[in-house]
Design a protein around this ligand. Structure first.
Ligand code: HEM
Length: 416
């Protein structure tokens, strides 16, 4: 079996790259839809062909692991302690009754947000949605006491320093994080443990976290375990949701007819808008760490990929260009969570907001409901006037997750 063509381009963890997605786009132009990027002992096989992407989503976790790939990415930013001995994992957050409770916390968080905003003012869209995400998330997995007053402000500061998504939003900063021995992150993690450890259990998810640690006889160890479980849950929730909501608001105010339709009260339309903005804002690198030798077919060639390699694809090089017309914002291209047939699209798996196959985001229904509720409340309460002069650009170095804005995105609001 032939080796894949080797691109000279680098990834931002290996070398200085101004535009991480652009570098992989250049490699694809030079080498076609499947190629390798290597640096030292780190090897990536990128694939973009319809069959290659379908093979990618069909890979088995035991052979090519998303969990390991995520861990290898996040540990560039997060202290090892965080991963050691967790008893409540992010994959267990979305049982049916949980979602109703999180959405109730969202309503309370929106009450607090509107109170903070007052009758009129100016705010950065992404600052607003990030703070809202903290408030809803912390109430949901650390109890309501974590979502107000001094505890909330301390946790916001700690989680902003401890943000695991920095590993893919600012990959160029990870060498400095390593050089510091993750000092800021270690301190922030201790702050989370100090604040969350003593908070009272509730009958929601925080109660489950407490129950998971109930058999730990040592008080300090129990509180620490609870604090670290909550830290991992909250960091997982910070990867995408607040950013996706930011783009959904940006797109809504850029499309007044869609905004009016939402104000008229059409929840399905709101969810389609949320999905469409998320699709367009996707910068995700989808990665699988190869654990056992795997034959990987891209439809033309089969490659033998050895353990230690990473197989990957990159959504921003597919989502808006895999067929004509996909660069436009059009919520009606979605039929509930499914993309309607698109002329010229070789495989429906070439386009996604929440993933395909076994690793599809377990938080999709919750996230779309939360975004719809937040959008509806905010545009119902305020007239919004964008203060940006051209459509906001994403962080250029970002390679993963939903785009973060590369600069300020101010918006003026006046109560209706
Ligand atoms: C708009 C918001 C969100 C978007 C766009 C999103 C997107 C995604 C995508 C694309 C994947 C699949 C990645 C892959 O196949 O490699 C995924 C998986 C996952 N997401 Fe989300 N996500 C969102 C919100 C959330 C939230 C709020 C949470 C948790 C609090 C969450 C937890 C997870 C988990 C645990 C997985 C892994 C599932 C598995 O490995 O089987 N997501 N997400």
């Amino acid at each position: 079996m032939p080796p894949p063509p080797l691109a000279t381009q680098g990834l931002p963890w290996h070398t200085e790259v101004d535009d991480a997605v652009g570098a992989i786009a250049d490699a694809r132009r030079e080498h076609g839809d499947t190629f390798a990027v290597s640096h030292g002992r780190d090897h990536y096989l990128f694939t973009f062909s319809p069959a290659g992407v379908e093979t990618f989503y069909g890979l088995k976790e035991e052979v090519a692991s998303k969990g390991v790939a995520d861990y290898l990415m996040l540990r560039r930013k997060l202290p090892d302690d965080l991963f050691d001995g967790r008893r409540t994992l992010p994959g267990t957050l979305f049982r049916k009754d949980d979602v109703a409770l999180y959405l109730a916390h969202l309503e309370t968080a929106l009450d607090a947000t509107l109170a903070e905003m007052g009758p009129s003012g100016e705010v950065d869209v992404f600052d607003l949605t990030r703070r809202l995400g903290h408030r809803m998330g912390l109430a949901s997995w650390a109890g309501t006491a974590a979502a107000s007053g001094e505890a909330f402000e301390r946790l916001v500061a700690a989680f902003d320093a401890l943000d695991g998504s920095d590993a893919f939003v600012h990959p160029d900063a990870m060498a400095a994080v390593a050089a510091s021995g993750k000092a800021a992150e270690v301190a922030a993690l201790e702050e989370v443990v100090d604040v969350v450890g003593p908070l009272p259990a509730d009958d929601g998810l925080f109660g489950r976290v407490h129950a998971a640690w109930a058999d730990e006889p040592d008080d300090a160890a129990r509180r620490r375990g609870i604090g670290l479980d909550v830290a991992l849950l909250h960091i997982a929730s910070m990867s995408n949701l607040h950013a996706a909501l930011g783009w959904a608001l940006v797109d809504l105010v850029s499309h007044p007819a869609a905004l009016e339709r939402l104000r008229a009260g059409d929840p399905d339309h709101a969810a389609r808008c949320a999905l469409e903005s998320t699709r367009l804002a996707q910068r995700s690198i989808m990665a699988r760490s190869v654990l056992a030798p795997v034959s990987f077919s891209d439809g033309t060639t089969t490659y033998d990929v050895p353990p230690g390699w990473t197989i990957a694809t990159l959504l921003p090089l597919l989502n808006t260009s895999a067929a004509p017309g996909l660069a436009d914002w059009d919520p009606d291209r979605w039929d509930r969570h499914r993309l309607r047939p698109v002329d010229g699209l070789a495989s429906p798996q070439l386009v996604t907001a929440f993933g395909h196959g076994r690793h599809t985001c377990p938080a999709q229904p919750f996230s779309l409901a939360a975004m719809s509720t937040a959008m509806t409340r905010l545009v119902g309460a305020y007239d919004l006037e964008p203060r940006w002069t051209s459509y906001p650009a994403p962080v250029a170095a970002q390679i993963g997750g939903v785009a973060r804005a590369g600069g300020p995105v101010p918006i003026r609001y006046t109560r209706r």
